[in-house]
Write a protein that binds this ligand. Structure first.
Ligand SMILES: C[S@@+](CC[C@H](N)C(=O)[O-])C[C@H]1O[C@@H](n2cnc3c(N)ncnc32)[C@H](O)[C@@H]1O
Length: 298
């Protein structure tokens, strides 16, 4: 059996009881180590807690060597550990599809994910639209596909959760060109970098999906004892030092419920500025016209 087990968000002990019992009986235990990090744990502390060897699974192994992970899983139990929920924002459906092809049964043991724990900021999960990812810009590569999704969400008055890039085990262009297997230190995008990149793209697109005054929430270290939220305008968050990773960013929709406003006001360094930004933003909300259906067209 292949078990996909969620580890939750922060501590070794965030694993569920069922998850832990399963890890302890599995023949091999892999830790998916490139889409998120368990903020207060590492391979060594996990091994100690489980009393089992933990094999780090990088992108290369998961995407190119899934048959190695699945080897023997027709008869043995194999655990594949994922930070957060195994299917929350990181979908390991490829691994499941390969297991199905090989007639390997699988079982998913869920846990908290950034996708639901973000509700702790006080915004209603019902009022979120499409989640988007933001990648690190380079001088020559500034992918902006996130912009259209934020625009669509904002046209519906919905909040947008932006998940921020993580770079682990990346090679510099020079090392790659020379075929040297030297990896750069891990990098985690900060709330400030995310806000700056967003402002840069609005500056070039000028379609008004959002602007410097748009109210946002910076989310840091969800689920950890140092969890923090910062409610302010996008422009202010571009200067905000949120500390240690992990970070996410929320662009508010432009029809924030009064209860949401009251809840998030506690996270604002300047409540008046936040309330004004929310009020001004609400003026921009125009209910989209229903599509015109011509009954006489075929
Ligand atoms: C690709 S998602 C992985 C989601 C994970 N499987 C889950 O269910 O939570 C990783 C991104 O989500 C965000 N994220 C994950 N955990 C977080 C946390 N505890 N606090 C803030 N942001 C977090 C960060 O932007 C991070 O780069």
């Amino acid at each position: 059996m292949l078990y996909l087990i969620g580890l939750g968000l922060s501590d070794v002990s965030d694993i569920t009881v069922r998850g832990l019992d399963t890890v302890r009986k599995c023949k091999r235990v892999y830790l998916e180590a490139y889409t998120s990090i368990l903020m207060a744990a590492d391979q060594e502390s996990l091994e100690k807690y489980y009393g089992r060897e933990v094999i780090l699974a990088d992108r290369e192994l998961v995407e190119g060597g899934s048959d190695d992970i699945l080897a023997g899983a027709q008869t043995d139990d194999i655990a594949f550990l994922v930070v957060g929920d195994p299917l929350g924002a990181t979908t390991h459906t490829d691994l499941i599809l390969r297991a199905r092809e090989l007639n390997i049964p699988y079982n998913i043991i869920h846990n908290a994910s950034v996708m639901n724990a973000v509700g702790a900021c006080g915004l209603q999960l019902y009022n979120f639209g499409q989640t988007v990812s933001l990648v690190f810009f380079t001088d020559s590569w500034k992918p902006e596909s996130f912009y259209d999704k934020v625009l669509e969400n904002r046209q519906l008055g919905l909040h947008t959760l932006l998940l921020l890039d993580i770079k682990v085990k990346e090679q510099s262009i020079e090392n790659m060109a020379r075929g040297r297997l030297i990896y750069e230190p891990p990098r985690y995008m900060s709330i400030a970098t995310a806000a700056q990149q967003m402002l840069e793209i609005e500056e070039s697109r000028k379609e008004g999906a959002y602007g410097p005054e748009t109210p946002c929430i910076g989310v840091s270290r969800l689920g950890a004892p140092t969890q923090a939220f910062r409610a302010d305008t996008l422009e202010q968050l571009a200067e905000y030092d949120a500390g240690e990773p992990l970070h996410s960013l929320i662009i508010l929709g432009n029809r924030v419920h009064d209860l949401e406003t009251d809840f998030i006001a506690a996270f604002a360094p300047d409540q008046e500025r936040l309330r004004k930004a929310i009020k001004d933003d609400a003026q921009n909300f125009k209910k989209p016209e229903p599509p015109i259906v011509n009954m006489y067209d075929d």
